[in-house]
Design a protein around this ligand. Structure first.
Ligand SMILES: Nc1nc2c(c(=O)[nH]1)N[C@H]1C(S)=C(S)[C@@H](COP(=O)(O)O)O[C@H]1N2
Ligand SMILES: [Mo]
Length: 256
């Protein structure tokens, strides 16, 4: 059998199995839109993960004794952006997180605003697609709480994270971005972290604010957050694949 055929057969078998497994317990599986998602391997991973653990399944949490002595910093370590550098020099007092797009009430939140909200602290393992992992402690505001304050409109399907760091020689059009679905956005462990290991988030790890999406790979966890945008599609952002690394070929759903 030509390798392509074999590949296609495997995909088909996987999708068929997924449909079979989900058929009895999930009405959504009958929806034609969901069928299309199921047909893709990425969709299948998501559906199977949900089947095994449920949409609300928690990523494992660890104890203080498990903390990595050194947490590797990766990707951008200090954004090549004048506005960011000015804000960093003033300890981010002028920094504001904007929440825009498909919301009833756009927001502009200072770090104090975020710190005044109920917080969540979690010790989790960060897995980078490059093959390393580190365990760290994160404290921040729950993204779902921030979104509820803004009031997502019914047509909002994705939460896009806009970052300060250009990925291509300071070119402002190349700034890092990421996106997640509403389900992941309202997951209790999805937080906007302003502290790491009991200190204010260091610049190398995304100061003043980075997202933690604990059930997915490291590249989903946008650092240097500037703006959160609710959209119904990410087709018009970047090269249209939902994130900087997705535009280079990585999967949008990066489940661990
Ligand atoms: N803005 C921004 N966010 C980013 C990146 C980046 O380069 N820029 N790199 C991603 C990748 S690949 C990983 S593994 C983690 C690294 O986070 P750390 O520096 O805290 O280890 O951040 C992710 N978020
Ligand atoms: Mo990564």
């Amino acid at each position: 059998m030509p390798p392509n055929d074999l590949h296609r057969r495997k995909l088909f078998a996987g999708a068929a199995l997924g449909t079979l497994l989900l058929g009895g317990c999930d009405r959504l599986a009958e929806d034609p839109g969901v069928q299309r998602v199921l047909a893709s391997v990425e969709g299948l991973t998501r559906r199977v993960q949900r089947l095994l653990g449920g949409a609300r399944a928690l990523a494992p949490e660890y104890s203080e004794a498990d903390l990595s002595p050194v947490f590797k910093a990766n990707g951008t370590l200090d954004p090549d952006d004048e506005d960011y550098q000015d804000m960093a020099a003033k300890h981010f007092v002028d920094w504001r997180l904007e929440v825009t797009g498909l919301v009833e009430q756009p927001l502009r939140l200072s770090l104090d605003d975020l710190r005044a909200m109920p917080s969540r602290t979690q010790i989790t393992r960060h897995d980078c697609v490059e093959g390393w992992s580190c365990i760290g402690k994160w404290k921040g505001a729950v993204l779902g709480d921030v979104l509820r304050q803004a009031g997502p409109r019914a047509d909002a399907r994705y939460v896009v994270f806009r970052c300060a760091d250009p990925m291509d020689n300071g070119n402002p059009d190349s700034k890092y971005y990421e996106s997640i679905g509403m389900e992941e956005a309202f997951h209790p462990q999805t937080i906007l972290a302003y502290e790491m290991n009991d200190t204010p988030l260091p610049v190398a790890h995304g100061a003043p604010l980075r997202v933690r999406v604990e059930r997915q790979l490291g590249y989903k966890m946008a650092k240097y957050l500037m703006r959160i945008e609710l959209v119904d599609s990410y087709a018009d952002i970047g090269s249209g694949n939902g994130g900087y690394w997705e535009d280079q070929g990585y999967a949008w759903y990066a489940g661990i």
